[in-house]
Design a binder for this molecule. Sequence first.
Ligand SMILES: [Zn+2]
Length: 325
Amino acid sequence: MPFSDIPGQERVKTILRTALRDGALSHAYVFEGQRGTGRRSVARALAQALFCVEGGGDACGACVECRKAANGNHPDVYWIDAAGSTVKIDQIRELQKQFTYKASASRPRIYIIDEAEKMTPQASNAMLKFLEEPASQIVAVLITENGQALLPTILSRTQRIAFQPLSPEIMEEALLAEGHPAVLVRPAVRLSAGLETARELIQLNWFAETRNAVLQLAKESIHGFSAAMLAGQSIISKQEVSEHMDTFFDLFALWCKDMVLLQRRQTAKVVFIDGTEWSQRHADSKPFQLWVGAMDEALRAKKRLRQHANPQLVLERFLYTLQGG
Ligand SMILES: [Zn+2]
């Protein structure tokens, strides 16, 4: 995937495109940011652009070199990851072997270490020595969630690039383009720090179930506390919901926020897009402060559940607040 197809991270992409175009890439980069911010995609795009026959500041994504780099079978692109535990010295040694004995020093080469903070001390030291070797055509990319966990001596030899969390709007655009349903994309991007997490959430059955449960209960709450409580008891007895009460209340907080948005006629930002007709009437029927209070109460409910409060009592208290106390 070329840089141009990667959602968000405009600043990061500009830095790398400019360096590629000017032939001024650093010997080593640290890509630092949360999971799902596109660090791996950008590393892959960098590898593609480095070898793309088109040249310039981005990859074409279609030539043989680009395809090899994307599929992980380019001879001059080397990936290392922690494979669930640590990055070990043997993995760094194998990389050195691959890159040192391949005589074609005139060609650029790139290696990418994913979860670089999981390098063992021995691996870090071997990696540091490798960085210090004056092989001008080698680019290193260290991907990490926490740059501070890398050796200071490694950091001082690298250019650190921060990946900011993607905005919900950018994630939404990307996931809709992938064909995911908007009713799930909207809440998922607001509950996820990154694209991958949001994508996973959308594909989980319980997430769709829990979202439906919130909408159903919100609708019942129109008919008063007793009706809401009765519906609530049956809803939280469903396994999909009862096992994800945290998300249930996160979603309910989003629904309360929707009520605020609807009161202000900011319909474009609404998360529960499949109930706006009755929601609009309901939103207008209660004071603004009630919705803000209920939103806070949903977040407090999560906290109480973490402290092992009885889920039924927590729900009861929340629904009571939702009625205006
Ligand atoms: Zn290409």
